[in-house]
Each structure stands twice: as C-alpha cells, then as structure tokens.
Design a protein around this ligand. Sequence first.
Ligand code: MN
Length: 346
Amino acid sequence: MTDAPDFRIEHSELRGDDEFSEFTTTDLPYYSDWRGSFEKLPWATDDEALRAADADVAIVGAPLDEGTSSRPGARFGPRAIRMAPTAWGSDYAWSIQLDVEPYEHLTVVDAGDAPIVPTRFERALRVIHEKVFRVASAGAVPIVLGGDHSITYPSAAAVARHVWPRKVGVVHFDAHADTGADQWGNLYGHGEPMRRLIEEGWVAGPNFVQVGLRGYWPEQETWDWMREQGLRWHTMVEVEERGSEAVISDAIAEALDGPDCIYLSVDIDVVDPGMAPATGTPESGGMLARELLRSVRQIVGRVELVGMDVVEVSPPYDHAEVTAILAHRTVMEAISALAKRRADAR
Ligand SMILES: [Mn+2]
C-alpha cells in the first residue's frame, strides 16, 4: 500500500496569520459586506458628521419619482447606483482615464438620502432642498443621485443659495429641455424643473446650457419661452456634427459667461437607450456612454463644480445593471476629475 498523494491546495496560497479577520470591509470586494453606501464610503448623514469628516464631496440620495410623466421607478435609482460599482474596494481606486487615485486627494462620504416619503411630493422637494443645502453648507460638493428630474429644481436652487451672491451656471445633459410650464397642471413635474430655476432667479437664462436635446418635446411655445430667456442649447444633431468635445467647450464658456462656478445636471437619458435603457422617457439617437463620461471629465476638470446630480435612472427597466453602472461611472468621473484638479494644484 502506498500513501495517497498530497492535496496541493494547502500550498497554493499565502495564508494570513488570522484568516478570519484578514480583510477589512474595504479590502473585501465591492459586493461583499456592502453596507449600502456609495463605493463603501463612510456615512456622514448629519451636519455634525459631515463637518467632522471634513468632506470635500458628499453623495446624497433623492429617491423620488412622483414627478414622472411616463415610466416610473426612479425612486429606486439611488439604491441601484450605490449598488452598481464593478470595481474592487474604493481604497485602491485608480482612474485610468485621469491618472489619479481619487480617494488619495479627496475626502468623499455618503450623506445618505433626503428623508422622502411617497405621496407627499412637494414636501419631498422641500426636504431635498434642505438636505442639499445642509451638505453644501458643511463644505462638501453635493452629488445627488435621483430620482426623477424634478429633484434638480430643489437641488440646484440649494447650491445656488449656498454660493449666493456668487452666480452659478448650469450645464444640463438631457434628451429633453425640461422647461415646460406645467405638467397636467402641476408646476413641479420632471418636465418643468429648469423653468422653475430660471423663473425664480436661481440661474440666469443665458447661463443655462443644455446638451443632447432631441426628439419631439417640448412644443414650439416652450422653445419660444426658452429663446426669450436667452437659454442656450446644443442639440444631439450638433453633437453628432461637431463632436462632443467642441460642443462642451462652448457649453462651458456659455455657462460661465458671468458666473464662476457650475452645477452639472445629468439626465441619464442623454445617452442612447441602447446604452442606458433604464430610464423614464427614453429617446433614441443619444450620446454614447463614453461621450458622456468624457464630457463630465472635461467639464469638472476645467471649472469649479459646486454641485451635481445624476437623475432618471429607473432600475426596474434595467438590463444587467447597464444603466446603473453608467450612472455610477458618471459620478466616479466627476469625483476623479475633482481629485485630479486637487492633485494638480499641489
Ligand atoms: Mn430627460
């Protein structure tokens, strides 16, 4: 009788001294021991925690879809975007695009959600405004995860209120202008936020710049209103003809024609539904995912970003997390571009 051969697995890996506690939460892969925050970042859900963290950037969830005119579901957007990363622990994040380790240069936290309940739509808008204002006042750049686009009215107003009397310009990526007068009699639906921001004086019309518009809405009357307000826009046809980089270069100059800082609003439906299917009002013929990501890097790399939102991700319509992953990457490109500016300033 000869002995059985050794089972070689014993010799195939390096073992830690204490295998059970060998890895911390952030060492573990993104899907393991995930406690609900964006990129496993630490929570800082009130003013005190935000100030104690000395956060540069704070993620804010706005799980609201009462303003939706077509397919609902964006209330699940913050959860899906937070869940979406496909990279290993955030501590080691390295941006290939920008040659920077984002968390080396910035303190980023997750500030949690605005305390929204369903059915109380206008209260939701007020608490989003309050949440974003508190985050900005604590010194962090708020990056708000929608939610439908109605959240941009309270969110951008909160940022404009925070920087006041400085003026803020807006770059708004969307298939839709969202400058409607009302939606079946309601002034605050997801087709109206940009009109409310301009009418109330939070942003001057000429500094409100839209990119990616296409399709068949709004109607002529609303375009007339937009012209009267001096809004500037770059249609999808223009992006096709000139390329995104040239268009974004103009958009930055227009948004900063007076103001010295930018609020960035990204409706994920600016991207073609083939690459971002999970959205409330899809419009064929949109930007490529890579064009949006490049545009975000271009803007955040060049201007002072004071606030941002990524909206209209409706996870029930997603496939293989395609849209949530893109929304997550959109946020990551902004964070990395902020980190790159900080690194270069050193
Ligand atoms: Mn839209």
